[in-house]
Design a protein around this ligand. Structure first.
Ligand code: NAD
Ligand code: MG
Length: 391
């Protein structure tokens, strides 16, 4: 029987993953489930699926988790180190769906057992792509992309030579503020930016969709995962979110991946790969959809895309700085300290400031160095947020 662990089990991707697992009763042995503050959900899922261990990221929630699991025989643990230890428990298939750079260390550790890592945590690739892929190679582990666009690219590339790829096009819905007048964007609130027209996702990624920081991350993720040069990767707005990505080949052919906007497709593809199995996702009725639109994103509206291009061209530590500064800028926006359109300015400023600390293109040599650069970028970002507040 296949053994499975789900990191970030209480989140949007995690819950969709558990939905697929629960549909095959007795089909999987659940090793570890992890979550954050929502220990009631975590405990309920651990009971329902008969997990070996449940881990909350927060040490002050351990007692609540223990209480909720009392009498079940399911182990309870808490904290960042416990997450890494849970990743050290062998499992055949591991879902990496913690949000943010916090997903990096557990994902890294999970690769040690040479199993399959289903990677939803795009921050891992943006922050430490080359190190993560090298770790997977070292242990003969498999990484499968779970971001819908990257799953789509992976599927379009099946059986193809990467050298025959002319371009990769990642589609973007344009987010919740797509049709707002440009002048109104600086006034957008958390509630405005946190509503998505097509996808039902966690709050952070939904706001990142409105600013297109999510798409910016995905461009970098594409470069890192597929090893395609940045000038062959582009983003296009596609309001219907039916075409998830396209791969263009040297003979002019363009292979598109279409599907309903439901993350259970990409999760289920990674779960059953290399096979295809039945999945409970809606089927596309092209005649009913009738129109698929595509247009180029306006750089004034989405400055994150331009920053991502510079980051891809620089390589090295730039991705790590970009991600940490972007996560902090988002915290600043969520906390009401900066406006929606200030986030890109913060990220730009941090990249600029840190380019005088060291050569951004120098790659970090190990995970510790990545985490140190990440920490430094967060401090710089808070400083930039304060400057903006007093400006
Ligand atoms: P979410 O906010 O819904 O869930 C995040 C999960 O991570 C929760 O289980 C939460 O408890 C846990 N978590 C939060 N902070 C943590 C910390 N510091 N330490 C350990 N665990 C922590 O997020 P989501 O939308 O499910 O996204 C998860 C990941 O998948 C992100 O990297 C996101 O970019 C990526 N992703 C999500 C979608 C989507 O449709 N939701 C699509 C593509 C990629
Ligand atoms: Mg995506």
């Amino acid at each position: 029987m296949r053994s499975i662990s789900v990191f970030g089990a209480t989140g949007s991707i995690g819950q969709n993953t558990l939905d697929l697992i629960a549909r095959a009763p007795g089909g999987y042995r659940v090793v570890a489930l992890t979550g954050g503050g929502n220990v009631a959900q975590l405990a309920e899922d651990a009971r329902r699926l008969g997990a070996e261990i449940a881990v909350t990221a927060y040490e002050d929630r351990l007692e609540d988790l223990r209480t909720a699991l009392a009498g079940t025989g399911i182990e309870a643990a808490a904290g960042a180190q416990a997450l890494v230890e849970a990743a050290d428990r062998p499992a055949d298939w591991i879902m990496s769906a913690i949000v943010g750079a916090a997903g990096l260390a557990p994902g890294f550790r999970a690769l040690r057992h040479g199993s399959t890592l289903a990677l939803a945590n795009k921050e891992s690739l943006v922050t430490a792509g080359p190190l993560l892929l090298a770790e997977a190679r070292r242990h003969a582990a498999t990484i499968l992309p779970v971001d819908s666009e990257h799953s789509a690219i992976f599927q379009a590339l099946a059986g193809e030579e990467i050298g025959a790829v002319e371009k990769i096009i990642v589609t973007a819905s344009g987010g919740g503020l797509r049709d707002w007048p440009l002048e109104a964007l600086p006034m957008a609130t958390v509630a405005d930016a946190g509503a998505h027209p097509n996808w039902d996702m966690g709050q952070r990624i939904t706001i990142d969709s409105a600013s297109m920081f999510n798409k910016a991350m995905e461009l970098i993720e594409t470069k890192e995962f597929f090893g395609v040069p940045s000038d062959r990767i582009e983003a296009v707005i596609h309001p219907q979110s039916i075409v998830h990505a396209l791969v263009g080949f040297r003979d002019g052919a363009l292979m598109a991946h279409l599907g309903a906007p439901d993350m259970r497709h990409a999760i289920g593809y990674a779960l059953h790969w290399p096979e295809r199995r039945d999945l409970p996702v809606a089927r596309i009725d092209l005649a009913q959809i009738a129109t698929l639109e595509f247009y180029a994103p306006d750089p004034r509206r989405y400055p994150a895309l331009g920053i991502a291009r510079a980051v891809m061209e620089t390589g090295g530590r730039a991705g790590c700085i970009f991600n940490a500064a972007k996560e902090t800028a988002l915290d600043g926006f969520l906390g009401g300290r900066i406006g929606f359109m200030d986030m890109a300015g913060v990220v730009d400023r941090v990249l600029d400031a840190m380019s005088s600390d060291f050569r951004l293109s120098d790659p970090p040599s190990d995970l510790e160095e990545v985490l140190a650069v990440d920490q430094m970028a967060r401090e710089r970002a808070w400083a930039a947020i304060e400057t903006r507040e007093t400006a």
